[in-house]
Design a protein. Structure first.
Length: 125
């Protein structure tokens, strides 16, 4: 797959949990063997909720038509923007508006939830 060769991230866009099912993230967290893992959990209207288990840094990118919401479950998550960085800890969230160039980093193994449109290209436009 071309995207996997270009970016060393394990990105799974399949929806694991249909509506009316309990969403269990702990087994996914416990089983994760990847440095940068992203799994779509469920769909809500035209958006998806994704689980991220990660350590390290993502590349600089932007989404021309989509906002992104990041929520830290555990660990530390840094969102670099042009001109500043935002550091999030557990139970903190942040919205990156469409069109804003950003890069995300996790200095320690971190668990986050992301909410974004289902049609977003995770690696950027």
């Amino acid at each position: 797959m071309r995207e996997r060769a270009a970016y060393p991230y394990e990105t799974r866009l399949n929806i694991l949990y249909p509506a009316l099912e309990v969403v269990e993230i702990q087994p996914l967290i416990d089983a994760c063997q990847f440095q940068w893992y992203n799994q779509t959990l469920c769909k809500v209207n035209d958006s998806v909720v994704r689980l991220g288990v990660m350590q390290g840094e993502y590349h600089w990118h932007k989404h021309d038509a989509d906002d992104e919401f990041f929520y830290v479950v555990e660990g530390q998550f840094i969102i670099d923007l042009e001109g500043r960085s935002v550091t999030l800890g557990p139970r903190q969230g942040f919205v990156v508006p469409r069109g804003v160039t950003h890069r995300t980093r996790a200095p320690v193994r971190s668990v986050i939830l992301m909410v974004e449109t289902a049609s977003i290209v995770p690696t950027g436009d």
